[in-house]
Design a binder for this molecule. Structure first.
Ligand code: TRP
Length: 445
């Protein structure tokens, strides 16, 4: 057993654990998705509901996932089956989902690379909407950037847990925070920025509908990367003595601060009426272009987006790679190649589905939108329900308690709260939202 432990990689310490997990959480979800979902749902009121979802659903689920990983110290499939025989499929379901997310996530990640370069070299031109459409529907250009991004991931992963993921997180995350602060200070310094912000953050409860809760919960799960094995595998790399709840709270806090700050940066630019993908890739460059030295600000913004995406995609890649290494007995190199090649193929289809293959539709959606919607509407809530039921009901009570309250774990007073949330609150609330989500989805078909 001791030998088995030393053979596996692991993070060097607590800071590494927090930075890596925060890196997984903080991604396109915070900077690209959160602001546009907030603006679509009427701003302040949505944010309040979202914060409730983060606290009462996302945080307990994150703790649950960390503890399954940390307890079993193995890949997501073995982790579940080690705790309860016959439940490895739950880990597999998470890995399939995270792989599907990779398919479209890498495409957007590739865009950030092109936009960083195009902004820095001032070559976006005057028509931002046109630039976006021309670029994203082209055949080769977006593919090349996506491939570059996937290859960058690959090299971080084959560097190992400590030499690759930990090292990259320790460089990327501080850089990300610095860029974020610079952009936030700059946007708050603009008087019209402060005014635009006040408008967005004032809660307007008249806009709250069932869909608001749906979007808030979906966003909370997405942004915390829960249920898909990525946080589980990182938890399995935590050193003994790492405080699981403490780490989860740090990750959730950092993630929330980044999402709110990104919203401040974007909304202070006065673009809250834009929606969807256009918000970050069309409206923002337009705003930057009107500022002095705007292309530098724009380049910084897209660099921020790219860094956030990279630190998230390595956790997705790692989760799937760990399966090939530990379960199929491959070398890390070989396992990583399989994931990389799979990601290259899937993202090729996703990217082409926006352009050359946009006529091919299923349920009225192109492949890119299908991956996004299927994972967000079906897989995220489903995995949330299953994970909370697994930890709350199926994990032997004493074992779960021992893991959660072990040295460095959760203190005895908070433990019952977490257990209650996982046993009752998460399964019930998420199921309700899930069912309404499916109904809403089917009605809109
Ligand atoms: N949390 C990431 C973001 O906000 C996205 C994400 C969703 C993710 N599920 C994941 C990342 C699973 C890693 C693993 O952008």
């Amino acid at each position: 057993m001791a030998q088995e432990k030393t053979k596996r990689g692991g993070f060097g310490g607590k800071i590494a654990a927090i930075l890596a997990a925060a890196g997984s959480a903080i991604g396109l979800g915070n900077i690209w998705r959160f602001p546009y979902i907030t603006s679509e749902n009427g701003g302040g009121a949505f944010i309040l509901i979202y914060l409730g979802c983060i606290l009462f659903l996302g945080l307990p689920l994150l703790i649950a996932e960390f503890s399954v990983g940390h307890n079993s110290k193995c890949n997501p499939i073995d982790a579940f089956s080690k705790i309860r025989r016959g439940w490895g499929w739950l880990g597999a379901l998470g890995l399939v989902s995270v792989f599907l997310i990779m398919g479209y996530y890498f495409v957007i990640s590739g865009w950030t690379l092109n936009y960083t370069i195009a902004s820095a070299t001032n070559s976006i031109g005057g028509n931002f909407g046109q630039f976006f459409t021309d670029f994203t529907t082209a055949t080769w250009k977006p593919l090349i950037f996506t491939y570059l991004f996937i290859i960058a991931n690959h090299f971080i992963i084959i560097g190992g847990v400590q030499g690759g993921i930990e090292k990259a997180s320790k460089i990327m995350m501080p850089l990300l925070f610095v860029i974020l602060v610079i952009l936030a200070v700059y946007s708050l310094w603009l008087p019209e920025g402060r005014e635009a912000l006040a408008n967005v953050f004032t809660p307007d409860f008249s806009k709250v509908t069932g869909k608001t809760f749906l979007d808030a919960m979906g966003q909370a799960f997405f942004t915390l990367s829960v249920g898909m094995g990525a946080m589980l595998i990182y938890g399995s790399y935590f050193k003994d003595g790492t405080k699981l709840a403490g780490t989860a709270i740090s990750v959730v806090s950092l993630d929330t601060v980044v999402a709110l700050t990104a919203a401040i940066i974007i909304f202070s630019a006065g673009v809250e009426n834009e929606s969807g993908m256009q918000l970050a890739f069309v409206a923002m460059p337009k705003v930057f272009a009107a500022m002095p030295a705007g292309n530098i600000w724009a380049a910084l913004f897209f660099l921020l987006l790219g860094l956030a995406a990279l630190s998230s995609t390595i956790s997705m890649h790692e989760a799937v790679t760990s399966y090939f290494v530990e379960k199929r007995g491959m070398s890390r190199n070989k396992g990583a190649w399989i994931v990389t090649i799979g990601a290259l193929m899937l993202s090729t289809v996703a990217s082409l589905s926006l352009g050359d293959w946009s006529d091919i539709k299923l349920l009225g959606m192109n492949f890119f939108a299908l991956l996004d919607n299927f994972t967000a509407i079906v897989m995220l809530p489903l995995l949330g329900i299953l994970t909370s039921v697994f930890v709350g009901w199926l994990w032997k009570k004493e074992d779960m308690k021992a893991e959660l309250t072990a040295e460095g774990g959760i203190d005895k007073a908070t433990y019952p709260v977490i257990r209650f949330l996982l046993r009752y609150v998460c399964p019930v609330l998420v199921s309700i939202v899930f069912i309404f989500g499916i109904i809403d989805f089917v009605q809109n078909l």
